[in-house]
Write a protein that binds this ligand. Structure first.
Ligand code: HEM
Length: 169
């Protein structure tokens, strides 16, 4: 498959010209100068392998969310994707490191709690469907809405806390 073919299922981005720019970015990566990008999605239970081959194992777990367990089971998944050009073959190595944080830990940082509520709420239906959480979105919003006090958030990912948050066990 070509770069455009394997990205075909991604909604909206093709019309916006994002994959044309992404391919340029990819082809420009030089030996000795690796690049990185972040991607995010949602994962129920802290599972690292959510490949399509294993969908039959993890897909059904999305049906186990309840208002009582959502804080513990629903995870924001952030993927740190890195791109290394290899010196002899000129091939690309593409590792993906996944970080999972459940909602109850995430909301211990007020800025993250209020921002995640807004991102999940405002994401277009096509993208929430593609990322696999359209059915659970109302329950996620009920949970996260409790932690959105309506204040503005500062730019960037920094937690803006004076002390470390206390995480759940
Ligand atoms: C070796 C390079 C790459 C490979 C093998 C790769 C592979 C993939 C695959 C398999 C998917 C999932 C498609 C599906 O739903 O079936 C995907 C999604 C995606 N890729 Fe790539 N990709 C690469 C590089 C890039 C680059 C350079 C960018 C942007 C700069 C990019 C942006 C995206 C985006 C935005 C999505 C949708 C993810 C989401 O919203 O959850 N990809 N990629």
């Amino acid at each position: 498959m070509s770069f455009f073919e394997w990205h075909a299922p991604v909604p909206k981005a093709h019309e916006m010209g994002i994959f044309k720019r992404a391919l340029k970015f990819l082809l420009n990566i030089q030996q000795g100068a690796p690049a990185r990008r972040l991607n995010w999605t949602m994962t129920v239970n802290p599972l690292l392998d959510t490949s399509s081959e294993n969908y039959h194992q993890w897909g059904v777990q999305k049906n186990t969310l309840t208002p009582e367990n959502i804080g513990r089971k629903q995870h924001l998944r952030v993927e740190l994707q890195t791109f290394f050009r290899l010196p002899s073959s000129n091939a690309m190595v593409f590792p993906i490191r996944c970080y999972l944080c459940n909602f109850q830990d995430l909301i211990t940082v007020p800025k993250w709690g209020r921002r995640l509520h807004r991102v999940v709420r405002d994401l277009p239906v096509e993208l929430a469907t593609y990322k696999g959480f359209i059915d659970n979105r109302p329950m996620m919003l009920d949970y996260l809405g409790q932690f959105d006090d309506g204040l503005p958030t500062s730019p960037g990912v920094w937690p803006d806390l004076e002390t470390e948050p206390t995480l759940s066990k």
